[in-house]
Design a protein around this ligand. Structure first.
Ligand SMILES: [Zn+2]
Length: 249
């Protein structure tokens, strides 16, 4: 398949043309006119490029790419870009479209894996899910099983009304506490300063790790491409050493 044709098809499937995003979604590096095999991953890294060369894939699709609004290209980017072009590899990126998609988005898949009851779906302005924890749902056990390592800032409040925001959840903590009266915030990462909001409202906080909270969207996209377009795909997950989970009181 032609690489521009592929971009149009994927933009349409992910409805990304209507989504405002910091990331430049779609094709970022046009390294090859024809797509043979595809490798997907959460972020563009040298390791992922090496893997694509090894598997003879001329196309990489990631959630976190190179071109962001207000970002300048650095020497590190130069290394990545030159490696991609030298090896005739395409780079495609879909960021927010892969967070908020109602079927294959990071938030929807993770909330289903955690057996949460979905109340409000994510959208462009609110790229998070508001959900409810079922009484008999052993949520922490489920998180422990999937993530192995995570941070649990635990209060005396029962985990009931949850905001799940995969990736960087900084921008929505206070608004979701006030608007949806949540008692638990689950996210990939938050900055130190925003931790004060958690303390101020005394809610539970569960931090899963940015990359790990976003592995499902891209993995599902890989499967969709294989099925819909009959292109061979691989999905790459960074292997990191896992420790036990941490509870803070
Ligand atoms: Zn992210």
């Amino acid at each position: 398949m032609n690489n521009i044709e592929f971009e149009i098809l994927l933009n349409s499937y992910l409805k990304s043309n209507n989504i405002i995003d910091n990331s430049l979604n779609g094709i970022q590096i046009g390294g090859n006119n024809k797509i043979n095999k595809i490798i997907t991953g959460v972020s563009i890294t040298i390791k992922l490029i090496k893997k694509s060369i090894l598997l003879k894939c001329n196309t990489i699709i990631v959630h976190h790419g190179l071109l962001w609004k207000n970002n300048i290209l650095s020497n590190f980017n130069k290394l990545i870009i030159s490696k991609l072009l030298k090896n005739n590899i395409n780079l495609y990126v879909w960021h927010i479209p892969l967070d908020i998609h109602p079927k294959i988005g990071n938030n929807i898949i993770l909330s289903k894996k955690l057996n949460l009851q979905i109340n409000i779906l994510p959208n462009q302005n609110n790229p998070f899910i508001i959900c409810k924890n079922n009484k008999n749902n052993k949520l922490i056990n489920k998180i422990k099983k999937i993530f192995k390592i995570f941070i649990f800032y635990k209060t005396k409040k029962k985990i009931n009304r949850i905001c799940l925001c995969c990736g960087k959840g900084d921008n929505f903590i206070e608004t979701t506490i006030i608007k949806y009266n949540i008692d638990t915030y689950i996210t990939g990462e938050i900055s130190e300063l925003n931790f004060n909001i958690i303390i101020k409202y005394n809610i539970n906080l569960i931090i899963l790790g940015h990359e790990k909270s976003e592995i499902y969207g891209i993995e599902k996209l890989s499967k969709v491409i294989k099925k819909k377009f009959n292109i061979k795909t691989y999905n790459y997950i960074t292997k990191k050493k896992l420790l036990n989970f941490i509870i803070m009181d």
